[in-house]
Ligand binder design. Sequence first.
Ligand code: UD1
Length: 416
Amino acid sequence: MSLMIEGGRRLSGDLTVQGAKNSVLPILAACILSGDVCVLQRCPHLEDVDTSIDILRHLGCAVRWNGPDLEVDSSTLTRWNIPDRLMHRMRSSVVFLGAILARCGQAELSYPGGCAIGARPVDLHLSALEKMGARFDLEDGYILGRCRKLNGAHIHFDFPTVGGTENLLMAAALADGETILENAAREPEVVDLARFLIACGARIEGHGTSVIRIQGVPRLGGCTYRIMPDRIEAGTLLAAAGITDGELLLTDCPFEELDAVIAKMRQMGMEIEPTADGVLARRSCALRGVDVTTQPFPGFPTDMQAQIMSLMCLSEGSGVISETIFENRFMHVQELVRMGADIRLSGHTAIIRGVQRLAGAPVMASDLRASASLVLAGLAAKGTTTVQRIYHLDRGYEHIENKLNAVGARIRREAE
Ligand code: UD1
């Protein structure tokens, strides 16, 4: 499928931010730990959620939509393996590892392998789980994990890995004794997972800081939990207001979690203010280039790097973007250049000189956030932009064309 975008239309109106993809995925894995019924509110309808549902059903859980809520009953879990065909659809399914191990004492997952934005190894996940007593073998592209029981451990991450912290939170929730995670990821989605686990009966302290303490409990139960709003979708919509010279009011916008993003957008000349009804974003002057370095939270998120680059393509002056989290996350650059952007790459750094206008062109989406940056560029470009391979977008954005069309965009989904 592709999206045909007629550019040059100002966006204006109200939009509601979806539930967070990066929180719902580990929370769906954590449902396994409850052994009971969990009801997830504000669960976004995304391809990656469908993949997680397929994994849960394969494992023996009963999963059903009840209106906007997703109900997961993991009392009927029978399997501990995730076959290759399901792992391949979503690399982040590695977050099932800690939960399956803790519940079943064994786990078998096809090795997640590389993806478009970099190698994405899982060595930090495995060595931390080994400290808790798990043993791993790698056979025929599968990770085979075993443990008689998991014991609390003192773990120091060499890097504050988001998925690694989440896997360990889940494993430690049902382990024997206390686990201390140092240099843990502080991302809001890690906090959301910890809150979900606490709602199921887990004992966790320090989430949101770099030292998390988990007292293992013998069992967890079910709960009803509301997923946090998606800060990356919200950031993308703020960028859409900026790039189209528009005005958008975002309800359910996670304002504090977007601190680093909003600070940069304000520095570029956007006005972004919390109001009683939501976060209002508009721009009152020409945008200016800025320098951005991606960092773990609370720094500027790598998941907003591509989108802010599109905004910088149409700014006055120049700016530099340094990508420090993933080694190959500039694949949107050559596509933006096809649309008339002036970007030079040097290793992990992109130098962007603003141009007066972008021109619509056929472009190819290579990963989720790269796709979002091309949609943004297409909204502002003169003429029609065709973004091909949009299955990446559907993994993380809920009906993006319907949302943008509702505030004045003209986007059509077409079979390629
Ligand atoms: C999560 C997010 C992703 C976001 C990323 C960084 C989900 C589903 N995905 O991905 O959208 O871009 O955080 O904010 O939440 N690393 C290792 N060894 C490991 C684990 C990670 O070397 O065992 C490296 C990775 O290759 C990468 C860096 O650490 O270079 C960050 O990875 P990590 O924080 O683990 O990101 P993910 O959990 O994969």
